[in-house]
Design a protein around this ligand. Structure first.
Ligand SMILES: Nc1ncnc2c1ncn2[C@@H]1O[C@H](COP(=O)(O)OP(=O)(O)O)[C@@H](O)[C@H]1O
Ligand SMILES: [Mg+2]
Length: 198
């Protein structure tokens, strides 16, 4: 699902509410059957690990290789070295970075860095991926490639919430579009993509 709306409309706040980075003054937020308003403070990090988060500015660790950046996300959830060695190359293959495992972020293009960001978000197989303008720092051709990848991941059963300013992406991918204005939803257009079966 795409989330659109002018600057200051409340898109990032909406995503922050869903990842429990902000608390609402009133009302209720339920994510994957979990009432976030009742979530204890010390449970928040565990809750957040159930989702994949992709940042506009990538937020990779500069002194780690591509492999290590992705492996680290598995390490923090307690995955075994054996599982990490098996899973990371598979995920890097999925985002077409199998040849860049040993590179550091500063040796990659913006689009490649964002694909590392995507790999990191995907590696623990989350049910939900949240992306706040993930294509904001890559050029248009690469934006398209990144959303194409997200689209494929969505087809495999992962929910994706993505904020974007790029009308061309919204028009091309035919997904559900929610428009926010002044903190309220003003439009909600259903997906025109054929539903997937599995
Ligand atoms: N932590 C905060 N506390 C109070 N107001 C905030 C905070 N963060 C953002 N805002 C305000 O909330 C509104 C929505 O911001 P934001 O969600 O960042 O908009 P968008 O991502 O759509 O550009 C803006 O008016 C912004 O100034
Ligand atoms: Mg924002």
């Amino acid at each position: 699902m795409f989330i659109v709306g002018s600057s200051g409309a409340g898109k990032s706040t909406f995503l922050k509410l869903i990842m429990c980075e902000e608390k609402p003054n009133e009302g209720e937020i339920i994510v994957n059957n979990l009432r976030l308003t009742e979530l204890k403070r010390h449970d928040v990090p565990y809750f957040r690990r159930t989702m994949g988060i992709v940042f506009q500015d990538f937020r990779l660790i500069d002194n780690m290789t591509v492999f290590e950046n992705v492996a680290f996300a598995m390490h923090v959830v307690g995955a075994s070295t054996k599982d990490i060695r098996k899973r990371v190359p598979y995920i890097l293959g999925l985002v077409n970075l199998q040849d860049k495992e040993k590179c550091r972020p500063n040796e990659l293009s913006g689009g490649e860095q964002q694909r590392v960001g995507l790999a990191r978000a995907l590696v623990n197989n989350p049910k939900l991926i949240i992306a706040d303008e993930p294509t904001g720092n890559v050029d248009p051709a690469l934006s398209f490639e990144i959303v194409d990848l997200l689209s494929e991941i969505n087809r495999r059963g992962t929910t994706i919430l993505m904020v974007t300013h790029e009308h061309s992406l919204v028009q091309h991918f035919h997904r559900r579009v929610v428009e926010i204005h002044d903190g309220a939803i003003v439009a909600d257009t259903a997906s025109r993509e054929a539903p997937h079966e599995d």
